[in-house]
Design a protein around this ligand. Structure first.
Ligand code: SAM
Length: 452
């Protein structure tokens, strides 16, 4: 597989990305600062003609004597009109703008505020055994975007509500085309958008799809995607990932090395359960679509499992007067998916998972389980003990560019295209996409399991 474990760099994924991005930002700002200095110098050279103040006062007095009181009256009128307009404009912010409106948000935080916002509440991540990270860089992601955007524009399912939006479609495509697996397995296909994304990354690679309802069933009502080189376990043939004899099935497909297989989970099942099943079968490359933040979502996710006090942004206090409680309640006004302390904490101050629950199967009360903090802690220790790499797909661009209103940047890694880089956003062709496609980001994660 062209993604052998990268030579063990000891940097965290975020740090690596941050380093690459900050050097890029410095270069950009150096250019901008130089241009700004030139402009200021030019402006100053135009205005600096050191004339005495008496020169101006004499000229104004002479002029007023000639024209009478008309001009002072007009000036006063203009001043009154200006005051009225600015009052109306400012009061709009308080009375008639939606709390999720990006303009009102930027008015509140300021665009600089948004820019430095990413990760400000901490981004829990799963520690790997040797601190390894992925081998691709932010430059590779930008190059990938250049290729993927025109492909995405040809997608058969334009409105994929309840399925993946742009950020995760790009993430899945990028990972698949980088790893170049011999076979891809998908659990949870809905109308087939993710199958189509996998196919764009690897045109000739076989796919196995497990999904209760065959995507062809959706064709009667509208667009769907059915792949010609895909084995479907659907309808009466549906089998859950955990009940398949994978060694036997892989052999049938001519696969002997299971580390050359990529698995994509978008089936809203407890991710701890899925990691155990994949490990037992011998798979090593997993992608989880909905990697929900603590207190949100309908299943126990990797992000939730690794939300532990020893990780920055991990572990929470249910104390209502804490700094975290104050910041969270403020942010909840601006981002739909932000949760405040009341939502985060369940009975007995249980903040882990979702209010102390390990949710499963689309928040099915029959499969959900209340767990103690020590169980939750043991879960993270287990995951860390089998992990070589954990990487969260970054959001494609900052919210001042995409106008997304859902995920809270304070709990997300730095985006590929940062706020303020409109030129790059436009050059890549991202302005051509409907803003609704940027509203589905839930921290998609790539996991590499260590060789057992
Ligand atoms: C969010 S949708 C998948 C969206 C799709 N990946 C996309 O990008 O458009 C979740 C899918 O998981 C399916 N599902 C439910 N239980 C499942 C299970 N145990 N195994 C596999 N798929 C399951 C649902 O029927 C649904 O099609």
């Amino acid at each position: 597989m062209p993604l052998p474990p990268s030579s063990s760099t000891q940097r965290s994924p975020t740090k690596m990305l941050e380093r690459a991005l900050s050097s890029r930002r410095n270069a950009l700002y150096a250019d901008e600062a130089a241009a700004e200095n030139d402009a200021v110098a030019a402006d100053e050279s135009k205005t600096k003609k050191h004339l005495p103040i008496s020169f101006f006062t004499t000229r104004i007095t002479n002029y007023l004597t000639r024209t009478g009181p008309v001009w002072p009256c007009l000036l006063l009128l203009a001043l009154v009109l200006f005051l009225i307009f600015s009052l109306i404009f400012n009061s709009r912010r308080f009375v008639c703008v939606s709390p999720y409106d990006p303009v009102s948000r930027s008015g509140f935080f300021g665009f600089d505020g948004l820019e430095s916002d990413f990760g400000s509440l901490g981004v829990p991540w799963c520690r790997s055994k040797h601190g390894k990270t992925v081998e691709w860089t932010s430059k590779d992601l930008i190059k990938g975007l250049e290729v993927f955007i025109p492909i995405y524009e040809t997608r058969p399912i334009k409105n994929n509500q309840f399925g993946m939006g742009f950020d995760h479609s790009f993430g899945l495509w990028f990972i698949a085309q980088w790893l170049k697996p011999d076979l891809m397995i998908e659990s949870g296909a809905f109308k087939g958008h993710s199958t189509w994304v996998l196919r764009q990354a690897m045109p000739d690679t076989p796919i196995i799809t497990l999904t209760p309802r065959h995507p062809e069933k959706y064709l009667k009502k509208g667009p769907a995607y059915v792949d010609g080189n895909c084995t479907y376990f659907s309808g009466k043939d549906f089998l859950d990932f955990g009940s398949i004899d994978w060694r036997k099935l892989m052999k049938k497909h001519g696969i002997t090395d299971l580390s050359r297989v990529l698995i994509f989970f978008d089936d809203h099942q407890n991710e701890l359960k899925r990691v155990r099943q994949a490990l037992k079968a011998g798979f090593r490359h997993l992608v989880f679509e909905d990697n929900y933040d603590t207190g949100t979502g309908d299943h126990y996710s990797l992000r939730q499992i690794c939300d532990q006090p020893y990780i920055r942004g991990g572990g929470h206090s249910c104390f209502k007067d804490s700094d975290e409680a104050r910041i969270r309640s403020r942010r909840k006004k601006f981002w739909e998916k932000a949760v405040d302390i009341d939502e985060l904490c369940g009975p007995g101050e249980a903040w882990w998972g979702v209010r102390g629950y390990m949710l499963d199967d689309f928040n099915n009360s029959k499969s959900n389980k209340l767990i103690s903090y020590s169980e939750h802690f043991q879960n993270s220790r287990f995951v860390e003990s089998i992990l070589d790499v954990y990487w969260e797909v970054p959001p494609v661009a900052g919210p001042s560019l995409t106008h997304q209103t859902r995920y809270d940047p304070a709990r997300a890694v730095t985006p590929v295209v940062e706020d303020g880089r409109y030129g790059l956003f436009q050059r890549l062709g991202l302005t051509r996409l409907n803003p609704s496609v940027f509203n589905g980001y839930t921290q998609m994660a790539y996991l590499q399991i260590s060789k057992q």
